[in-house]
Ligand binder design. Structure first.
Ligand code: ATP
Ligand code: MG
Length: 240
């Protein structure tokens, strides 16, 4: 069973520390939502796990094996795949070509992708740049999926998309965790939609984990979430 662990991860940009002592652990088959306001360090954390940024401290482990710091190719070989908020598609290539270029041996074929993203089927031979925002996001996730991820990191899938489109995409992410034997780590601004599909969630504030727990519990504790976003310290919840 694939498990991702962050132990005391410190990261940032040059000398700007943006992630401080982050600890988390989650396993394949589950969805972990990373929430938090703008500038909280969510993207920095994902990029650090993916090896795109060097760590300033701490460890990232996949199945107990530490990943070297700042080595994206090694992280990718270990099964870490990042869908960046920019989507980073080859816009002049077709949908099929984008998938073919990314596909790893044994990764889901076009039929399997079509099954998960029926909205892409009629677009197969169109240039990725000609797709709508929602379709481009489907393709970005599909392109990650054909790499057979063990840890799929999705940054702000909903960037620039209507809530209706986000609502249709998030269940697909859930299905990927359920069927592809992958852990999905989802950074999301739509807190309530994210908590609907996630198993666990953390709220990051100023680079630190301010709140962590089962998504169902956080969904039922809007005051805790709100306080975290506002940076207010609440007394611990009383048992019973
Ligand atoms: N390339 C960079 N160079 C220097 N500082 C950066 C860089 N990228 C981000 N930062 C800083 O790191 C901190 C965390 O940024 P990050 O992008 O990780 O936040 P975020 O939680 O993803 O925010 P958002 O919700 O707006 O995407 C911010 O203070 C930001 O200004
Ligand atoms: Mg971000």
């Amino acid at each position: 069973m694939t498990r991702l662990e962050c132990r005391g991860v410190v990261a940032g940009h040059g000398r700007v520390v943006a992630v401080r002592d982050v600890n988390l652990s989650a396993e394949a088959g589950s969805v972990l939502a990373i929430l938090g306001p703008n500038g909280a360090g969510k993207t920095t954390l994902l990029e650090t796990i993916a090896g795109l940024l060097p760590r300033l401290g701490g460890e990232v482990l996949i199945e107990g094996t530490p990943l070297p710091s700042g080595r994206p190719v090694t992280a990718n070989r270990a099964g870490v795949v990042l869908v960046p908020d920019s989507r980073a598609l080859f816009t002049t290539l077709t949908v099929r070509e984008n998938l073919t270029l990314a596909r790893r041996r044994g990764g889901p074929d076009d039929d399997a992708v079509a099954d998960l993203f029926p909205g892409l089927v009629a677009r197969w031979n169109l240039a990725a740049g000609a797709l709508s925002g929602g379709e481009q996001q489907m393709l970005a996730v599909a392109r990650a999926l054909v790499q057979k991820p063990r840890v799929l990191l999705v940054d702000e899938m909903s960037m620039g998309l209507a809530p209706r489109v986000v609502e249709s995409l998030l269940p697909v992410v859930r299905r990927i965790a359920d069927t592809a034997d992958a852990l999905v780590v989802l950074v999301e601004q739509h807190v309530h939609l994210a908590l609907e599909v996630a198993d666990h969630a953390i709220v990051m504030i100023h680079g630190e984990v301010a709140v962590a727990g089962p998504a169902a519990e956080l969904k039922d504790a809007p005051d805790r979430l709100e306080a975290a976003y506002l940076g207010v310290q609440l007394p611990p919840a009383r048992a019973g």
